[in-house]
Design a protein around this ligand. Structure first.
Ligand SMILES: NC(=O)c1ccc[n+]([C@@H]2O[C@H](COP(=O)([O-])OP(=O)(O)OC[C@H]3O[C@@H](n4cnc5c(N)ncnc54)[C@H](OP(=O)(O)O)[C@@H]3O)[C@@H](O)[C@H]2O)c1
Length: 255
């Protein structure tokens, strides 16, 4: 049983759907104040309403440093501080390298990687004033550990988050702020559903625990990294993938 985080405040980006919504609901359930962030205000408000009066929706595009700053200011104005940032918002539109446009590259890199820099930078004043803080990045197995055709830009953004994390963890340790990353495998979300039933069936076949992950699997890991018990962990990754990256081949799962 982890010590209670009730009364703390978290910002969860990309919290209107999928993994981010799972995090927002789980943190809210733990009594943590939640700023639910997505580009769509109504969607963010709907998730905040499910959590209760200790949550609020906020519309921001995390690719914009100015909007990240506004998001952090809104959390401080509403809840009086920021203890935890779940920098989770991310997109994964496929594009093969041979055809990739600069626009496709920049959209993915700015949404997934630039956002890690500037959402983290935005929460620093509040966390520094408190003398403590937790920054939790949603990376992926794709990029840091594996590859998948069509996702070279996505994989680079997710691997880039880990390069960012290691130096940020060093720079922020004197302020009492830890920076860690969760690496989800294939998690059952609306986003994943858009890849189609064949993709989902192939993924389940490749996972030793024989199921897709749930948003709760990832939310619980993020909650652990936010906990007091995880205070001495920084600059680290936790892979949550049902063992997907372990087998050398399909034979290794079936043997
Ligand atoms: N699902 C998986 O299997 C899986 C596996 C590994 C890693 N991940 C990572 O987990 C994170 C969440 O993925 P998901 O599957 O939950 O995605 P999802 O279901 O598509 O949800 C994405 C969320 O991010 C928000 N968002 C997108 N662009 C944004 C922006 N520029 N600014 C602010 N919010 C933005 C979306 O809301 P709006 O569109 O309204 O802004 C939505 O709330 C991503 O970083 C992804 O790379 C997912």
């Amino acid at each position: 049983m982890l010590k209670s985080l009730a009364g703390k405040t978290v910002i969860v980006t990309g919290a209107s759907r999928g993994i981010g919504r799972g995090m927002a609901l789980r943190f809210g359930q733990a009594g943590i104040n939640v700023l639910v962030v997505s580009r769509n205000q109504a969607d963010a408000d709907a998730v905040a309403a499910r959590i209760g009066p200790h949550a609020a929706g906020f519309a921001a595009d995390v690719a914009s440093p100015d909007e990240c700053k506004a998001m952090a200011e809104a959390a401080v104005a509403r809840f009086g501080g920021i203890d935890i940032l779940c920098a989770n918002a991310g997109i994964f539109p496929p594009a093969k390298l041979a055809d990739m446009t600069l626009e496709q590259y920049e959209l993915v890199m700015n949404t997934n990687l630039r956002s890690a820099f500037f959402s983290s930078q935005a929460v620093l004043p509040a966390m520094t004033a408190a003398g403590s803080g937790r920054i939790i990045l949603t990376s992926s197995i794709t990029g840091p550990i594996t590859g998948y055709p069509g996702w070279s830009h996505y994989g680079a953004s997710k691997a880039g988050q880990l390069g960012f994390m290691r130096t940020a963890a060093l720079e922020l340790a004197p302020r009492g702020i830890t920076v860690n990353a969760v690496l989800p495998g294939n998690i059952f979300t609306e986003g994943l559903l858009s890849n189609g039933p064949d993709y989902i069936a192939a993924m389940v076949a490749a996972i030793p625990l024989k199921r897709l992950g749930t948003v709760e699997d990832i939310a619980n890991t993020a909650l652990f990294l936010a906990s007091e018990e995880a205070a001495f962990i920084t600059g680290q990754t936790i892979t949550v993938d049902g063992g997907q990256v372990l087998p050398e081949s399909l034979d290794a799962i079936e043997a």
